[in-house]
Design a protein around this ligand. Structure first.
Ligand SMILES: *Cc1c(COP(=O)(O)O)cnc(C)c1O
Length: 419
């Protein structure tokens, strides 16, 4: 069966035909490609068409598809069984490796997804501070738990309402939504609720609604406000962790969060998330402390091995190469877009992330995104797809570079674009 036939079948068996909404190609006037296999920087669909992949499973595959070392490590681990629900050395090794390299964390707990990590961080921040409210930013994504599917309300700054059905008003009321890059608004919210805010949650490099790069001064301002009011600062580095250097945006900005959450790269393509921080905060987690958290498949040995093998390959050299590869991709695409009818586009790059967007304005909050961006993206996406170039199928998603997008792939990208 080809992709169209498979999707038709899928629509009967699965809500919307997909197991995660962004895969559905909604609004893109074509059916999703069913992927048969991936290798290096390439994926091939069930129709036999091959694409240069810039979605890379939305981030985990920083080494590319089927990295040989990761594959071998997984196969070797399988020989010992693939889940125990008991203590094992695999997760210990990954914990030790990460803690040894990231100076601001003493302890780490593994989960099976980024969502679970953030969900735990919310409960932990509330448990540590004894406070109910959290601040999040319009345009940041933190997973799909109730407390985070909240958007800015239409009333006062810092008010909020649910952005999904099925979320209670109470949940919405405890999440205060601010605009990115607006420190004054956050200040005002703290002045209104000086003793009620448990934590600020932010993607220090917001990369889930385009790439909304924040100033150092803004992030430092958040740190200072948290310290002043006794709230915790939580960096959600599910995308940026191990991508913007090994220690993520915390390392780049030298701003130390109280809690950091990881996901995506940390599992090397297997389902892993993590929550980490200083001992005095992490000790609140069960069984030691009063904040409950658990997982049947947490610290799954095969996933731990995939994560560890991937992270070990992320040397300082690898980051230089990643940025270099991505710059070459961005330049290649920018030149083509300028010549071929997409001159309204710019491509924002940060490390190995990039984001083509149909405006030349500087963007640091979601309200600045252009009104017609969906139609413009549809045109870009479809053109690229036809040429064998796979972008994430949504106007708001960033594109992911990887170590597998090397000079040879960039040469191929040039050929695909211009032919
Ligand atoms: C992807 C993502 C999550 C959610 O992770 P899942 O593994 O999809 O549950 C949370 N926060 C950020 C910043 C993300 O990019």
């Amino acid at each position: 069966m080809n992709s169209n036939e498979l999707f038709e079948k899928s629509l009967r068996l699965v809500p919307g035909g997909v197991h995660s909404p962004v895969r559905s190609f909604k609004g893109l006037h074509c059916t999703p490609r069913f992927i048969n296999h991936g290798k290096g920087a390439y994926i091939t669909d069930e129709d036999g068409k091959n694409y240069i992949d810039f979605c890379m499973s939305f981030g985990p595959l920083i080494l590319g598809h089927q990295d040989q070392d990761v594959k071998e490590a997984i196969i070797k681990a399988l020989d010992n069984g693939w889940t125990f629900g008991a203590c094992e050395k695999y997760s210990l090794e990954l914990a030790e490796f990460i803690i040894g390299k990231i100076s601001f964390i003493d302890q780490i707990r593994f989960t099976s997804s980024g969502t679970e990590a953030v969900m735990t961080a919310i409960r932990l921040a509330r448990g540590v501070t004894g406070r109910a409210k959290i601040i999040k930013f319009n345009g940041c994504y933190h997973g799909h738990m109730d407390a985070m599917l909240i958007k800015a309300g239409s009333g006062l700054a810092g008010t909020s309402e649910a952005s999904s059905k099925g979320i209670t008003e109470q949940q919405a009321n405890d999440t205060l939504v601010c605009e990115l890059a607006d420190l004054n608004e956050v200040k005002n919210v703290f002045e209104r609720y000086p003793n009620d805010i448990a934590a600020i949650f932010i993607e220090p490099l917001p990369a889930n609604n385009g790439l909304l790069i924040q100033d150092q001064a803004f992030l430092q301002g958040l740190r200072d406000l948290c310290t002043k009011y006794g709230a915790l600062l939580v960096f959600d580095e599910v995308i940026s962790g191990f991508r913007m250097g090994f220690d993520g945006m915390a390392g780049i900005t030298k701003i130390i969060p109280d809690i950091v959450t990881y996901g995506k790269i940390i599992g090397g393509g297997m389902p892993v998330g993590a929550i980490a921080g200083k001992k005095d905060v992490m000790q609140f987690l069960a069984p030691l402390g009063p904040v409950y958290q658990a997982g049947t498949l947490s610290g799954n040995p095969v996933a731990m091995v995939a994560g560890l093998t991937s992270l070990k390959k992320l040397t300082p050299d690898a980051y230089v190469k990643l940025e270099h590869n991505t710059k070459a991709v961005v330049n290649t695409m920018a030149e083509w877009m300028k010549a071929k009818g997409f001159e309204d586009y710019q491509t924002i790059q940060y490390g190995s992330l990039f984001y083509p967007i149909s405006t030349h304005d500087k963007l640091n909050n979601i309200t600045q995104l252009p009104k017609n961006m969906n139609e413009r993206f549809f045109s870009l996406f479809k053109t690229m797809l036809d040429k064998g170039i796979y972008l994430a199928p949504n106007a708001y998603e960033v594109a992911f570079g990887s170590l597998s997008h090397d000079a040879k792939v960039i040469e191929d990208l040039k050929n695909r674009l211009w032919n």
